[in-house]
Design a protein around this ligand. Structure first.
Ligand SMILES: [Zn+2]
Length: 228
């Protein structure tokens, strides 16, 4: 751990809770699949894991992130200045390029942008999330499949926290409800993780199936997908 990083968190803690004693802090970088960070309290110790994609970020960005994470765990309001500074950094071009480089050097799957030629998976995800999940699903990485895979139209990969959608759907001739249905199905996988029932893997549980039927054009979409 860089002593500097620890100092940033200590300083932020002091600002947030000037009268509370400083707990023992451990801050480390961790190779999360996405730009994730975690903070938790264990036996009086505050454990912070930052995505290693953020390593090398300027000090004021790390300070903003420290403020955000500490505010979150102590249920304090997050200052707008900090949250916008952090978002500007992770939303910037330099960061995207660096993240891409790190992912490639790790030999991860080659990732494609969620924005296709016709459909934007992120926009569709956000819309479905608001409509059917009260906005409660954390957005995973969304990507179009590298090659046009007709056998596998979509899948959720929990190890990489990624939903992959076949490029077949990124087509003007493809109705939007078909893309929505496919993504909705994969979002249900996100909501209902695969469980072991006895020794049997239960991928589409009864709740999963019931919830899937709530999609308005369910039958229509099923028929269309069968024809692909
Ligand atoms: Zn499925």
């Amino acid at each position: 751990m860089k002593p500097q990083l620890l100092q940033i968190f200590q300083k932020s803690y002091r600002e947030l809770r000037p009268r509370a004693p400083l707990p023992e802090l451990k801050v480390e970088f961790y190779p999360y699949a996405g730009v994730n960070h975690t903070i938790r309290m264990r036996n009086g110790r505050l454990l912070v894991r930052l995505s290693d994609l953020i390593e090398g970020a300027p000090e004021n960005v790390l300070a903003a992130l420290a403020h955000i994470l500490l505010s979150k765990i102590y249920r304090k309001p997050i200052e707008a200045g900090h949250s916008s500074r952090y978002r500007r950094y992770v939303g910037g071009k330099d960061f995207a390029a660096k993240a891409q480089m790190i992912r490639q050097s790790r030999g991860r799957k080659r990732m494609r942008a969620p924005q296709g030629h016709v459909y934007d998976l992120e926009a569709i995800f956000d819309d479905l999330n608001a409509r059917y999940f009260h906005g409660l699903l954390g957005r995973p990485r969304l990507t179009w499949s590298h090659n046009i895979a007709r056998r596998r139209l979509g899948h959720f990969d929990p190890a990489h926290n990624t939903i992959v959608v076949s490029r077949v759907f990124d087509d003007v001739r493809m109705p939007k409800f078909a893309v929505e249905y496919l993504l909705y199905h994969e979002m249900l996988h996100l909501k209902h993780p695969v469980r072991l029932r006895g020794s049997r893997r239960c991928v589409h549980s009864a709740e999963f199936v019931a919830e899937e039927r709530r999609f308005p054009q369910f039958e229509q979409a099923k028929r269309l997908l069968r024809g692909l």
